[in-house]
Design a binder for this molecule. Sequence first.
Ligand SMILES: Nc1ncnc2c1ncn2[C@@H]1O[C@H](COP(=O)(O)OP(=O)(O)OP(=O)(O)O)[C@@H](O)[C@H]1O
Length: 620
Amino acid sequence: MRRVTPPARRFLARRPGVLARLALWSLAETGQAFLVGYGVARAVDQGFLAGDVRRGLLWLAIALVAVLFGAPVIRGVFTQLAGLTEPLRDGLVRRAVDRSLARAAWGGAGGTDRAAVSRLTNQVEIARDSFAGLVLTLRSFVFTAAGALLGLLSLHPALLVVVLPPLTGGLLLFLATLRPMAAAQRRALAADEALGDHAARSRAALRDLTACGTGPGAARRGAELVDAAAAAARALAGWAAVRTAALGVAGQLPVLALLLAVPWLRGRGVTAGALLGAFTYLVQSLLPALHTLMTALGAAGARLLVVLDRIIGPEPDATKASGPGTGMPAPGHRARPKPAYPAAPRPAADPPDADLPDAAGPDSADPVGARSPVRGGPAAAVELRSVTLSYGARAQPVLDSLDLRVAPGERLAVVGPSGIGKSTLTRLVAGTLAPSGGEVRVAGREVTGRAPAELAALRVLVPQEAYVFSGTVADNLAYLRPDADRADLDAAVGALGLRPLVERLGGLDAPVRPADLSPGERQLVALARAHLSPAPLLLLDEATCHLDPASEARAEEALARRRGTLLVVAHRLSSAVRADRVLVLDGTEAVCGTHEEALERSPLYRDLTGHWNGGPARTP
Ligand SMILES: Nc1ncnc2c1ncn2[C@@H]1O[C@H](COP(=O)(O)OP(=O)(O)OP(=O)(O)O)[C@@H](O)[C@H]1O
């Protein structure tokens, strides 16, 4: 109230003409309210009870004309009302836009004010409608009540003694609920905005969520916000119930009091006509006006205060806007930018290979919670046991009873014609696809059904379409290893041949706009990120397809030098030749061996190498 009152006063003070015209039309309402009860009272006392039917009918006709006169009065009021509501709406829109632009300017990229849409549309409309409703009802109540109370006084002062106490008592009771109701309304709006903000951020970060496997975390946060919004709405409904009870008391008690006081009033000389007139005032004018006022004040008034405060009140503290639970950076957050979900599960910050079964001692940390099933010997880096995969109950299997064992530190190239199942195999090994039959193990641990965070500790999958997010170069590189220092980042940049790109962008702290990078450059960034990852298994699914042969060779060599196992879906002969072994997928057949063995045993591989060499198929 304190914050909203001064600008509201200034707003009204600038429009004396509109207010004067509104008051004139409202005065007509006072006369109308007065005449309705007064006409009924005189019709009874001086007309029908006095045996003068004509006079009675004349007074009734006067009361009727007063009622009918209500229509042009309301029309006049509405015409003047637009002179208040429309400038208010324009002013609020201007204010909301100014504020959002200012926030965007402070926040820079990612610092935009996502609640602005809610303020510009929903909240401004709420303010305009609530303000119009309030002006209408408040004004109507004041002028109608003045007419009705004047009428009661003119009929008999004793009538006021009976009617006023329950009326004011009910009003006061009602006014006492306004403050807690406004607080509940504020909480409900805040919860609504937080939910909207979360939904907008989640939509913008869908790729991050999928890439990092943080979808369940974001969904949990969304569910919390939905619960909070529901709780706020319930609290609001609770106060609305209290207000309705207060309304009942204020609305019905005066009539009841008047009924009970009839003998007492008669004893004080109140005539039957005056009593009827008093009931007319209550039932026809005062109580309906009071009812509308209470409803409007309780709902529209509380809403208006809260919404005005959000639009013209002080800026919320940006640092508080994203509490620790939100997992979202605050608008204007300038500290080292992180991907949209910093709480995303990341691989354990152990040194590289700490997770390798052969590197881990008996007491070393076991983030996945399982050990090699083979006692005394190192588990295979990748192990497929009779793995079958069909995309559908009746579909032909893409992989059929495939057995494979890749030793720790080995480099395996997977080759085969388009659509044969190479990506399917990498997704199975990565644990993002469950086999229809058989078992997939990475570092001795079955991957199917594991939580994304556990999978992230075991392997990194770099797909063909490399993912680069808005942030600095360093953010992008260190995403899978947040504790990497400058020397680590620099080493990865050098190893992957990324230095010209980093220099062109302006160094490790320079911002990256993914759209400004070529597909090959994006692949280099993704490969350097994978290079830094502590996960012991690297899966490259045509992750170098946009690189020239020299860059590809350099990247693959760097990734192979990194301690750990490398599984590469190859699209060039050189890639297969560099590998320790080649897995040739050929429908239901699969051949696995060194390059020479594969050439010898697989006609398909011979065809492929012939094609890759640009010449006819080669037979050894
Ligand atoms: N989600 C899916 N639903 C149904 N079928 C799919 C799905 N994903 C892949 N397939 C089918 O499975 C087969 C193997 O696809 P996969 O992407 O694994 O082949 P690939 O060897 O990686 O092909 P490419 O070299 O063209 O990338 C294809 O016939 C493909 O149409």
